[in-house]
Design a protein around this ligand. Sequence first.
Ligand code: IFM
Length: 455
Amino acid sequence: MNKSSVPHPGPFPEDFLFGVATASYQIEGAHNSDGRKPSIWDTFSRTPGKVHNGDTGDIACDHYHLWESDLDLIKSMHMDAYRFSIAWPRVIPDGTGSLNSKGLAFYDRLVDGCLERGLKPFATLYHWDLPMSIQDRGGWTHASTALAFAEYAQQITRHLGDRLASISTFNEPWCSSILGYLFGIHAPGETSMDATLASVHYQHLGHGLAVQAIRAENAQLDTGIVLNVHSVYPATNNTEDADAAARGHDFHNQIFLDPLFKGHYPEEFLNELGDRLPASWQDDLPTIHQPLDFWGLNYYTPMRVLADPASEYPAITRAPIPDNTPVTDIGWEVAAETFSDILIKLYDEYDLPPCYITENGACYNDEPVDGVITDSRRIEYFAAHLDALARVIDNGLEIKGYFAWSLMDNFEWAEGYRMRFGLVHVDYNTQVRTIKDSGHWYSGLALSHSEGHHQ
Ligand code: IFM
């Protein structure tokens, strides 16, 4: 890419934040240090056949030990904010009960380290690492987990809340219920619709109770939730597939958005599966429907579907990606216009609070050549999505910031370490970090914005 062809997406509002995001299990390592006990991902990744190559998060990017130089790196990239998640099993190793002071001290240091470097700390309470002892008591299929989660939220707010820029309850509850309980490809690896519906509902309840607990501790703290909403399209012009796309939106988006932002489940979903929700689910709806200061959108790729009448509701199947469509190395279609489409649709359908794009990014597995990682496809992906975002902001949507996924290559769940999303390359043998071309580009964009070139 020569200098004149370097993309410069925008403009973005003056107070728009640029940041990078990570998650605890994906980067921290130190799986049994200082009192941390196992999470469902420690168990799942040790289960043969669940994670590519048998990879685990035991060491990951060793961020637990390298956090200071990692924060220096983020600062050197001119970021305004750092989004990370807190590992529940590090702070309350048994899920309920005693606090582990050493585990909490890690996040104390991390938050202070952000502030010392002028980085706004955006914390997420749950990015999928449920303490194993809670899983042994029924995990997200039990109401007691929602109560335990609220207790954990309260403790974190009490100890860190005065220094956080924001707190999110959940990251992508779609993944921790649909991938974890229906498709079985994420922890805890179940494949049951009943368990899925219970996990959806009790994560919603956990969210509502946690928001109440956070507000009770610190009413000033910006509180929200992060969702991965799908931009669902029919793969053909047939009516059957158009109906399938509507059902896909219902099942994959609305059963998350409606309870949180409207205080009820969508009607068609209730007609199809309502009798399989946990008993007295109606009583929980007022708790679930809490006013929020913001919501986070994680967006990567569209969902194109076909009707599949033989399968259970929503009776859809993913359509194959047509030849010659650009895809990333993990096989996800690149289609930036679908990013603006979903934002416009959501603000049309819901009365939403301001939004942060809490994740967006691309998997390209370019390796260093003479110490340089030339990942121009990632730059193109970011530039196209940031441009799409700038257009919707220009049209009046209140989007307050953008977090690139991810700061660095990390443990990509069932894909292990083979799929790389980082702006920074990680050599897992040496833990050497090398900023990729995309990292230099994104850092230049943030710098130019902070220098006032936002118009
Ligand atoms: O790595 C994940 C992250 O943990 C949640 N959002 C999607 C990313 C890419 O798959």
